[in-house]
Design a protein around this ligand. Structure first.
Ligand SMILES: Cc1ncc(COP(=O)(O)O)c(C=O)c1O
Length: 401
């Protein structure tokens, strides 16, 4: 009999992590792989943030931190939420976790019973459905339309809600589509939620700062203050602060939910690293000017990627307003033959073909719940991105039929 629990058969390993690991393995074997698969900025953590961590080590701030997060960081998070989002939370409404990922895991595990449902617009961040499944509940995937810029429409949400719905997960800007919801878009969604008081919103704002259209960022609790009491505002330092390895994320929401999430944390991780938390205080309170510089660099890469990929035979992609991904339509490659004689049947086949033939790693759309697409992360050096896009063009040109 297998040692692995039956409920594990409901979930899979994160496809982006699997593909990135395979790309790394190929690179270690000496191959010139270009990974467009990783969801992390190539920029280094800012020096002033690193120095804060070194200081914390020197000062012996290396013991177990309070399990909900050090007060200094929770206070810095409250200041940030008020300053940037106009949201008022008290420190006891804030939980610091090991990355945004654990905020979401704790929230879903603390709130879901078997048989309940979570509405997830597709394409989605790969971990949402599996975390819902791990909690014993059921993801309800709602495909969005490229014609609507991959944004969930109010009527689609209305149609997806049942008596069993517990959460809507709204990721803005969206990984992988780069879609950005305006205040008006969010108001449209709030209007539906007002008719369904049993449904909560998990606002995943982790790409908040990476927006290109000049529009101010909006989040549910700010746009619809009347829904504040059933919103979990989630954010973290991984993306905007280039701190993926530090593992700091946070959730802010009603006390009852935060306390339940903290209970899980108390019996699992005991919270996030004390050193990373001190670095987090500096990240939120310190100089923010590097963010603008990084976003300007991302914008340039986005424009380069969009223009080169739209010149590849059989591919088309929109210019997204946020995050650092392109969600590329590859439907015209389906049915074509590779030089090796294989037929491209799915976006997964296309991604495999790119990796095998041109050593470019991308993540297939099926992993994000909407095919036939693939996701390109353009968070890498511009010249590498250019070479990768040229290789993709070459791979597309080599297809026949
Ligand atoms: C949409 C989204 N939410 C949450 C996360 C979690 O980030 P972390 O756990 O690094 O804070 C990610 C990371 O890729 C993401 O893309």
């Amino acid at each position: 009999m297998s040692i692995v629990a039956r409920h594990m058969s409901r979930i899979k390993a994160s496809p982006a992590a699997v593909i990135s690991a395979r790309a790394m393995e190929m690179a270690r074997a000496g191959r010139d792989v270009i990974a467009l698969s990783a969801g992390e900025p190539d920029f280094d953590t800012p020096d002033h943030v690193k120095r804060a961590a070194v200081r914390a080590i020197g000062e012996g701030k290396t013991k177990y931190p309070p399990l909900t997060g050090i007060p200094e960081l929770r206070e810095a998070i409250c200041r940030k939420l008020e300053r940037e989002n106009g949201l008022r939370y008290a420190p006891d409404q804030v939980l610091v976790c090991n990355g945004g990922k654990q905020v979401i895991y704790n929230a879903l595990t603390a709130s879901l019973d078997p048989g309940q449902e979570v509405v997830i617009p597709a394409p989605f961040w790969v971990s949402y459905p599996d975390m819902v499944l791990l909690a014993g509940a059921d993801p309800v995937v709602v495909p969005t339309d490229p014609e609507n810029g991959f944004r969930l429409q109010p009527a689609q949400l209305e149609a997806a809600i049942t008596a069993k719905t517990r959460w809507l997960i709204l990721n803005n800007p969206c990984n992988p589509s780069g879609a950005v919801y305006s205040a008006r878009d969010i108001e449209g969604i709030a209007a539906v939620l007002r008719r369904h008081p049993h449904v909560w919103v998990l606002a995943d704002d982790i790409y908040e700062h990476i927006i290109y259209n000049g529009e101010p960022f909006s989040t549910m609790a700010q746009v619809a203050p009347d829904l504040h009491e059933r919103t979990l505002t989630m954010n973290g330092l991984s993306k905007a602060y280039c701190m993926t390895g530090w593992r700091i994320g946070y959730g802010a929401g009603p006390k009852e939910l935060i306390a339940a999430m903290a209970k899980i944390q108390s019996q699992t991780t005991s919270g996030a690293s004390s050193i990373s938390q001190w670095a987090g205080v500096e990240a939120l309170d310190g100089d923010q000017s590097f963010i603008e510089d990084n976003v300007a660099a991302f914008r340039e890469r986005r424009d380069l990627g969009v223009s080169l990929l739209n010149r590849a035979a059989g591919l088309s992609c929109r210019s997204p307003n946020g995050a650092f991904y392109l969600y590329v339509d590859c439907r015209e490659t389906v049915g074509k033959r590779t030089p090796g004689g294989d037929t491209i049947g799915t976006d997964a086949d296309f991604a495999r073909y790119l990796l095998d033939s041109e050593e470019v790693a991308v993540v297939h759309g099926e992993a994000f719940g909407l095919s036939p697409y693939f996701r390109v992360s353009y968070a890498l050096a511009t010249e590498r991105l250019r070479v990768a896009c040229m290789r993709i063009q070459r791979a597309c040109a080599a297809l026949s039929g």
